[in-house]
Design a protein around this ligand. Sequence first.
Ligand code: PLP
Length: 390
Amino acid sequence: MSMDTPQPFLPFALPDIGDEEIAEVVDTLRSGWVTTGPKAKRFEADFSEFLGDPGLHSMAVNSATAGLHLALEALGIGPGDEVITTTHTFTATAEVVRYLGADVVLVDIDPATLCIDIAAVEAAITPRTKAVIPVHYAGRAADMQALLALAKQRGLKVVEDAAHALPTTCGGHLVGTLASDATVFSFYANKTITTGEGGMVVTRDAELAKRVKVMRLHGISRDAFDRFTSKVPSWYYEIVAPGFKYNLTDIAAALGLQQLKKARAFQQRRQAIAMQYHQALADLPLTLPPGPEAGDLHSWHLYVVRLGDAVPVTRDLFIERLFAAGIGCSVHYIPLHVQPYWRERYDLQAARFPHSQHAYERLVSLPMYSRMTAADVQRVATAARAALSG
Ligand SMILES: *Cc1c(COP(=O)(O)O)cnc(C)c1O
């Protein structure tokens, strides 16, 4: 390519949608059943099968945000309660706690993994604490062994924000099959599989599953009828609570059915990209993202590098230079403690979150998606090298 022909823009993320997804969506459109129906149901069954645990209830919803809200509602979180989560996340993780009138207690992260610091969780527990929401940051599992042990000891519920973690393993077990109360996945456009918008709540708790199913669709229950007669007429339902409109459409589920079949292959491709980045960036003054624990799987939803303290360019300038070279980057995350709503609501100071603050000022998410070619990765690495020089 000649110098004056600019290369096409390389986005930060891109969905990987093939002919199979398109055919499945067209089939749905032709079927006449476009809202929640047989494909959403099949997507749920396939999801439990993917996780490989027949004891799981998988419940499709229209976003992970909806799923987190439903899981906490089903656990009875409400006014007066506190829920602990990481400051280093997307606002959705925490906002759902506020939907329920409960309070959010933000804590700092482990400086190596950027996942929630379990010692900080322990220090933040009060008599009002009801639950903890860990985030498997970038697709690397949080320290769930320590967190689940702490939660059990202190009688706390655990809802995993697994928006980045399909597929991720922890101690050899897929996230979604661990001993937490519920796990919530996201199928947002830039996640490891996508339905455009969508999510999945997974639990082993039959009562919790029942509540989530009722609340995701207007508080409608058909079970009440069962007590009096064996056959529920198709038109009959009862409203048992002021529920939400959080169901996943069959159009979205059609995408999910085909995306899920590719989830393993997507992970392998993302892992190969991460390994190529590791090699190409190894000699640069960057902190590269940690791999998974030995024997575990990292979904590599994100590839997050941190600029070394001695680098002569700021993170902002680094991103500007990559952008000028036609490369999209992002920042995961602007921590919640610096966001106006959270900062003001809880009077938060950055000094309370030194690891998150330090990481935030230096981190950049480089392009990462399964359709990237080896040449794309090399192009990013070359541009990163140039952008780091004074
Ligand atoms: C994407 C994301 C969410 C929200 O997912 P939606 O499906 O868009 O609601 C929640 N938490 C984290 C960490 C995310 O990255």
